[in-house]
Design a protein around this ligand. Structure first.
Ligand code: NDP
Length: 240
């Protein structure tokens, strides 16, 4: 029987590549998104993978979204917390709303989603929680104190979840990408982007598919002994 995988923010960019890789490895996949209906419709048309819309930063929305989805597709066996946003600004100019929005979408979402599937996974004796962090959560980044805090927070969260659930067949791991050529990165000004590429030993941006393959591995039976780890995929830009 195929396992059900839920990928948040799975209609575009890295999440879409993760969804495709999980389906390729035999999962029944469902994705979520927040507001871009056009991208979601195109993704579903191209792949046949259903997309459901809710704000992962809102606990009540996650609760009703997951309940509806589980009654339609069965219990979630693999959860990929991928949805994320940036609101870049140096701290001395940052508005409280920019801090809140990034923490809520990138970090509180991991609590919301994981909290709502963890008991089912524990009861069934199998689960895979995979979080998408960032190189900038590991090394910090000017202009991203909100994002760096959220992405570092994800790593601590995951280590705690890994310890709490290890005896129940549930693993929790982080994938930490470097710069990947998605909409998020394409919005970085060209001269900054070329400087960033100059700092990547491999000499190019990463491909979303390179993250998708890593997530598929962590979701597999072969990764049963991997928990609490952070898999860094950044072309050698930062070695932790
Ligand atoms: P994109 O901006 O291309 O896609 C983001 C996805 O998340 C979209 O599907 C979007 O939905 C969804 N989303 C955003 N906010 C919410 C929300 N509140 N509720 C539900 N869904 C939401 O991002 P990327 O593919 O570039 O990034 C994916 C993840 O990887 C993020 O967590 C990001 O921080 C991380 N990352 C990205 C890197 C990169 O180089 N691109 C590097 C390191 C980490 P909608 O389409 O409706 O807006």
């Amino acid at each position: 029987m195929s396992r059900t995988a839920l990928v948040t923010g799975g209609t575009r960019g890295i999440g879409a590549a993760i969804a495709r890789a999980l389906r390729e490895s035999g999962h029944q996949v469902v994705v979520t998104y927040q507001g871009n209906d056009k991208a979601a419709a195109t993704f579903t048309e191209d792949t046949g993978i259903p997309a459901r819309k809710w704000d992962v930063g809102d606990y009540a929305a996650c609760e009703s979204g997951i309940a509806a989805l589980e009654s339609e597709f069965g219990p979630v066996d693999v959860l990929v917390n991928n949805a994320g946003i940036t609101r870049d600004c140096t701290l001395h100019k940052m508005a409280p709303e920019d801090w809140e929005a990034v923490i809520r979408t990138n970090l509180s979402s991991a609590f919301n989603m994981t909290r709502l599937v963890i008991n089912g996974m524990r009861d069934r004796g199998f689960g895979r929680i995979i979080q998408i962090s960032s190189i900038n959560g590991q090394k910090g980044q000017m202009g991203q104190s909100n994002y760096s805090a959220a992405k570092a927070g994800i790593i601590g969260f995951t280590k705690a979840v890994a310890q709490e659930n290890a005896r129940k067949g549930v693993t929790a791991n982080v994938v930490s990408p470097g710069y990947i050529g998605t909409d998020m990165v394409q919005s970085v000004p060209e001269e900054i982007l070329s400087k960033i590429i100059g700092q990547i030993p491999v000499g190019r941006l990463g491909e979303a598919e390179e993250i998708g393959e890593a997530v598929a591995y962590l979701a597999s039976d072969a990764a049963a002994f991997v928990t609490g780890s952070t898999l860094t995929i950044n072309g050698g830009q930062y070695m932790d």
